[in-house]
Write a protein that binds this ligand. Structure first.
Ligand SMILES: [Fe+2]
Ligand SMILES: [Fe+2]
Length: 167
């Protein structure tokens, strides 16, 4: 089993869920929300393995950290007009509420999602796993602004999802 295979095994339940796949339609940074989630989850997975942390919890939390299910380039403006706080301040809570509707989450997974925008959201992460995803999200976002994408990983994931649909 190579690293992509192992990652897919850990991520499969969420990665192949129809609601999760819907994120392909939402533009995010220089790709889609789906790809951004996969990118953050995979880098978090690699780091968690090196640090001998709980890979499964970290991957699941990372996959769902931006599960807010709208195009923030469009909705973000609408939200501001309605007088609410900007997308950056509100989307962690929205992602958490959506994730709770579709998946069973443990306490650390919940914290990863809710605290990933710290310090924009005031409460700091409670667990080392949440700190990890918080830092990886910033690192990956920086890379994505410079159009650095793990395209072979994205192709691999798409192939596995297609193969699973046919089986
Ligand atoms: Fe986010
Ligand atoms: Fe993110």
């Amino acid at each position: 089993m190579n690293d992509y295979d192992k990652f897919f095994t850990v991520a499969e339940t969420i990665l192949t869920h129809p609601k999760f796949i819907e994120q392909r339609q939402f533009h995010h940074h220089t790709s889609t929300l789906f790809e951004h989630a996969v990118h953050v989850a995979y880098v978090s997975y690699r780091v968690s393995k090196k640090l001998k942390m709980d890979e499964k919890t970290i991957v699941r939390g990372a996959l769902l950290h931006d599960f807010f299910l709208y195009d923030w380039h469009i909705e973000g403006k609408r939200i501001r007009k309605r007088g609410f706080k900007k997308h950056g301040f509100t989307h962690a809570k929205t992602a958490y509420e959506n994730a709770m509707k579709h998946f069973d989450l443990n306490a650390i997974e919940k914290d990863i999602i809710l605290k990933h925008m710290f310090p924009l959201n005031v409460k700091p992460p409670r667990y080392k796993e949440s700190w990890l995803v918080n830092l990886v999200d910033s690192y990956v976002t920086f890379k994505e602004y410079f159009k650095k994408h793990p395209t072979s990983l994205y192709r691999y994931i798409e192939t596995r999802i297609e193969a699973q649909k046919k089986s």
